[in-house]
Design a protein around this ligand. Structure first.
Ligand SMILES: Nc1ncnc2c1ncn2[C@@H]1O[C@H](COP(=O)(O)OP(=O)(O)O)[C@@H](O)[C@H]1O
Ligand SMILES: [Mg+2]
Length: 257
């Protein structure tokens, strides 16, 4: 059983797109639970148009509702989801001002009874570094940080800055004894044939070596944005390059012990 968080202190680097596609890909041969831990509910809305009306992660963490009311089967046979919506913002505030209990352990405690039902739990995170992120770190075995070439140089890149802030946050949490050692990997996303793309890849592979996943996800706008028919599940599209990139990524994730 493995819990994998998609995390970066930068928005728009493909956390959600990657979360939903690896969750679908892994579910072909494994039992998978996708947790939307972003109050914006971007993963949730890909599966359920009425996600705002659903019970979800907020109700589960508050213990207002049970597992059977917060976990939903998706259209994919072995994939379940715990959705989220805007009330997660309120929970975040409640956790910040709570006077009792260890707030960082809420998600871990909630997952412990159901962990055995799944082979993989995938957590789609929001970009802030806050108590929700601490909760995700406390129960993740591995963090995957997506980095997209978003500038001409790495020095000007928000996504490299987001990666560095996330790595620093993980390091501090380990040093303070909050979390045990954890695996991390860097995933190049939205790559193309530009010079910037090559500069980013060379930089990351030279500095972070084997921590950079071999698989890269290429930029391919049409299938990702065309959500009507496919819900943005590009991994289902055998005839697209991006679909095959995500399949290779899923194989690589499976191969990491
Ligand atoms: N490989 C890709 N090719 C083209 N567009 C992409 C790709 N990955 C993500 N996008 C688009 O970029 C935007 C941000 O992606 P998203 O997965 O929501 O990022 P995050 O969750 O990190 O904010 C979305 O509009 C998404 O459709
Ligand atoms: Mg997102």
């Amino acid at each position: 059983m493995k819990t994998i968080s998609l995390m970066s202190a930068k928005g728009g680097c493909s956390k959600t797109t990657t979360s939903i596609n690896i969750a679908v890909g892994l579910s072909k041969t494994s039992k998978v639970l996708l947790i939307d831990l972003d109050p914006q509910g971007n993963s949730s809305k890909r599966f359920f148009a009425n996600y705002m009306e659903l019970e979800g992660i907020c109700e589960l963490l508050r213990k207002e509702k049970g597992y059977e009311e917060c976990i939903y089967h998706t259209q994919f046979e072995n994939l379940d989801i715990i959705p989220s919506k805007k009330n997660l913002f309120v929970l975040k505030k409640e956790m910040l001002y709570a006077s009792h209990g260890i707030q960082q352990l809420k998600l871990k405690n909630a997952l412990d009874p159901i962990r055995r039902d799944y082979d993989y739990i995938i957590i789609d995170n929001h970009p802030d570094i806050d108590l929700l992120i601490s909760n995700a770190l406390m129960c993740s075995d591995m963090v995957i940080i997506p980095v997209n070439p978003d500038a001409d140089s790495v020095e000007l890149s928000d996504s490299i800055e987001g990666m560095n802030l996330t790595l620093q946050n993980i390091r501090e949490a380990i040093e303070e004894g909050e979390i045990p050692e954890m695996q991390f990997r860097i995933l190049l996303t939205m790559t193309d044939n530009t010079k910037a793309s090559r500069v980013f890849e060379d930089y990351l592979r030279s500095v972070y070596g084997d921590y950079v996943l071999n698989s890269c996800i290429n930029y391919q706008s049409a299938p990702v944005k065309n959500k009507n028919k496919s819900g943005g599940f590009v991994i289902e599209k055998n005839d697209t390059r991006i679909g095959n990139s995500y399949k290779a990524l899923v194989d690589e994730i499976r191969s990491i012990s």
